[in-house]
Design a protein. Structure first.
Lengths: 80, 223
């Protein structure tokens, strides 16, 4: 079995109100020196088989079709 | 004019929409479940508001991949009018039938209130019963109505008059780029909007400003 981790983040220039709220909350907790915070999503996906190249291309297709909205989001894929 | 209302699990404004279409056209719309792969012959397909699939992943993301959306895409390509309201708008952008994306409101709060809308383009099949530049009242109720699109696409959309409604009078409730409340595709037969015109069509609603949208789309004389 192959394990993949997909990380989806907002593209640069896309406003992230949730990240901003978290940024403010960290400062109000007394953490100094917190710069910009951007919130994203992580998906851990298990795939049958052992072909890592195929797994990677399948996962990329999943990102393009569903996991990420490429109008506003970027994604990265890590295969374990 | 015949119409259809799409039903998906988690949508909750479908009965309001059926009611509005029935009262304005005099004919009840057909309802179409998400697993349908064919849509009856109609002139207008409406995707109503709600919280399809619990807004999981992204609002409208899962609904946009259901079989009925492929059928709607084919109808839209044939020129059938498609209207998406609120979650329906989110589903249309997720399906790629309209440009842009709808993100979390900048306030991070669910907003349920009345706003003002400027009819920016009254030359569409959905707005011809309004006057150009007319300002109307309309309710909104959403958590993710913050419209975003990249600069190049926005400029192309403005050239083609694809911005149909803008929040007016400082009532932008969600931080939407350029106060955008509703957009149409380049062909002019797919409209998406966050506000709920179906909830302002009779005296009991406190106003009838939403009526002209359905009167336009259904080709009936505005009452």
């Amino acid at each position: 079995m192959i394990k993949a981790r997909v990380t989806v983040t907002l593209k640069n220039g896309v406003l992230d109100p949730q990240g901003k709220a978290i940024e403010g909350a960290l400062s109000s907790l007394g953490f100094d020196g917190v710069g910009h915070v951007r919130q994203g999503k992580v998906f851990d996906i298990e795939l049958d088989g052992a072909d890592k190249a195929k797994a990677e291309s399948d996962i990329k297709a999943m990102c393009e079709k569903l996991l990420a909205n490429t109008v506003i989001e970027n994604y990265t894929v890590a295969i374990d | 004019m015949k119409s259809a209302v799409v039903q998906l699990p988690g949508l909750n404004r479908d009965r309001d929409m059926v009611d509005a279409l029935t009262k304005i056209s005099g004919h009840a719309p057909v309802t179409v479940w998400q697993t349908e792969t064919e849509i009856p012959d109609v002139d207008l397909i409406v995707i109503p508001g709600g919280f399809s699939y619990g807004d999981y992943l992204r609002c409208g993301a899962i609904a946009a991949r259901m079989p009925v959306m492929q059928a709607i895409r084919e109808k839209a390509e044939q020129g059938v009018k498609v209207l998406g309201v609120c979650n329906g708008f989110q589903i249309l952008v997720e399906a790629g039938l309209l440009p842009g994306a709808l993100m979390r409101n900048t306030s991070l709060r669910f907003v349920c209130k009345e706003v003002l809308l400027e009819v920016v383009n009254a030359d569409t099949d959905f707005t011809r019963a309004y006057g150009q530049g007319q300002v109307i009242r309309c309710p909104v109720a959403h958590h993710d109505g913050n419209y975003f699109v990249d600069d190049a696409t926005l400029s192309a959309m403005e050239d083609k008059r694809q911005i149909v409604f803008r929040y007016a009078g400082g009532t932008n409730p969600n931080g939407s780029l350029s106060d955008i409340a509703g957009v149409i595709n380049a062909r002019g037969n797919v409209l998406g909007m966050m506000p709920h015109p179906e909830n302002l069509i009779e005296a009991a609603h406190g106003g009838t400003d939403g009526r002209a949208l359905f009167a336009s789309a259904l080709d009936v004389i505005a009452a």
